[in-house]
Structure formats: structure tokens, C-alpha cells
Design a protein around this ligand. Structure first.
Ligand code: TMP
Length: 216
């Protein structure tokens, strides 16, 4: 049976990466094969694109250039890692995917949605997430958490609060449009409380699958 493609989304500072690791543990304890990956990145060449797109650059990097780099990385990631893993039945947990493009390059930078859709069709060949967990928190809280990490800011983290407000609103618009795929998780709470909600959402998804097709 083919695997399942689950994405984790949200603005910086909501704790996606921590929750993804916790979710992988939850599924592995049920004896499932889990592949953890991230975007942009996930394969050697896509990780090289990640460095290029996140590091501060001398060139002006406009939204279109970002958009094309994100989809170049995504196409490599799908071909070399995600599709083979799904074909052998793994649960692929991916830190960000095309919803991030819609939120950051679309809502954040003003790229028209129809341009994103064209590239999505070319790069993804019909592949879309089966379930998306949107970790949501107000921008002020998320930004304060990022600052607490004390790491140097990448090109996105150097953006101002209004940019992240547009990105958050972009994510909430995706949630409103696709409530059957996207589950909002309140990320203002403790890591443990959020992890419990994430595990519940995964169990709910697995139960729905079992009802439709028999146990995963
Ligand atoms: P992260 O791994 O810390 O989430 O960093 C990835 C950064 O890349 C984050 O600031 C969001 C940004 N990004 C986009 O702008 N568009 C995309 O399509 C993806 C996948 C990420």
C-alpha cells in the first residue's frame, strides 16, 4: 500500500521541527516506517539550493527568484526522496511544502497564486500532502521564540513583523479553503500539549484511513 505524505507548516518560532520529531516517534512506536525531511532541502542538491536561498546574498533576491528556487528544490526532493519513500509505503513527514510557498512567496511577497499553481503543476505532477498540520501562534509570540534561540537570522528571519503577519494570514486562508486537509494546532502552549494534539491529529487521520481501506 502506498505511504502517506504529511506536512508541517507555520511561521518561524511555532516549533514545527520539534513537533515533527515527536510525531515521528509517535508513528514509529506503532511500527510504521517514517521518513523525516524538510523543504527547501531533503536531498544533497536541494540542500545546496536551501543554503543559497536562505543565506544573506549581495544580489537582490526578489519573490520570483525565490519562487523558482523553491520549486527547483521541490522537484528534486520529490523525485529523489519523497516519491520513492511513498512508493515503498513509508509515512513521509515533511517540514514545510507548497503551502509555505503560498504563504511566503504568495501572501508574503505578493506573487500571484496562479503563478504558484502553474509551477505546482509542473514540479509536483499531482502530488499533494494527504494531511497538513498548521502550527499556529500570534506573530509576536513566535518571533520572540525565534529571537530566544540566539542564532544568526537567515534572509527570511530578518523580515519585519508585517511580513510574518501576511504569512500567517496566508496560512489561515489555506486552512479556511481546505479544512479537510489542513488541521490547525494551537502552538501557543507547551511542547507536550502541542505534541498531544499532533499525535491526536495523526491518530484521527490513521483511523479514517483504516475505516476507508483497512488498517495502515
Ligand atoms: P525553516 O526550515 O526554518 O522553516 O526555514 C525555511 C525558510 O524558507 C522559512 O523562512 C520559510 C522559507 N520558505 C519559503 O519562503 N517558501 C517555501 O516554499 C519554503 C518551503 C520555505
Amino acid at each position: 500500500m502506498p505511504g502517506h505524505f504529511i506536512t508541517f507548516e507555520g511561521i518561524e518560532g511555532v516549533g514545527k521541527s520539534t513537533q515533527l520529531v515527536q510525531a515521528a516517534g509517535h508513528l514509529r512506536r506503532r511500527g510504521l516506517e517514517v521518513v523525516m525531511t524538510r523543504e527547501p532541502g531533503g536531498t544533497p542538491l536541494a540542500e545546496t539550493i536551501r543554503r543559497l536561498v536562505l543565506e544573506p546574498q549581495q544580489d537582490t533576491v526578489d519573490g520570483v527568484s525565490e519562487l523558482l528556487l523553491m520549486f527547483a528544490a521541490r522537484s528534486l526532493h520529490l523525485d529523489n526522496l519523497i516519491e520513492p519513500a511513498l512508493a515503498r509505503g513509508a509515512w513521509v513527514l515533511c517540514d514545510r511544502f507548497t503551502d509555505a510557498t503560498e504563504a511566503y512567496q504568495g501572501a508574503g511577497r505578493g506573487i500571484p497564486l496562479r503563478h504558484i499553481r502553474v509551477l505546482e503543476e509542473i514540479a509536483q505532477r499531482g502530488r499533494r500532502p494527504d494531511l497538513t498540520l498548521l502550527l499556529d501562534a500570534p506573530v509576536d509570540l513566535a518571533t520572540a521564540r525565534t529571537a530566544q534561540r540566539g542564532e544568526p537570522s537567515d534572509r527570511f528571519e530578518s523580515e519585519q513583523g508585517e511580513f510574518f503577519q501576511r504569512v500567517r494570514d496566508g496560512y489561515l486562508a489555506i486552512l479556511a479553503r481546505e479544512p479537510e486537509r489542513v488541521v490547525r494546532i494551537d502552538a501557543t502552549r507547551t511542547v507536550e500539549a502541542v505534541a498531544t494534539d499532533v499525535a491526536d491529529a495523526l491518530d484521527h487521520f490513521a483511523n479514517d484511513l483504516a475505516r476507508a481501506h483497512g488498517p495502515a
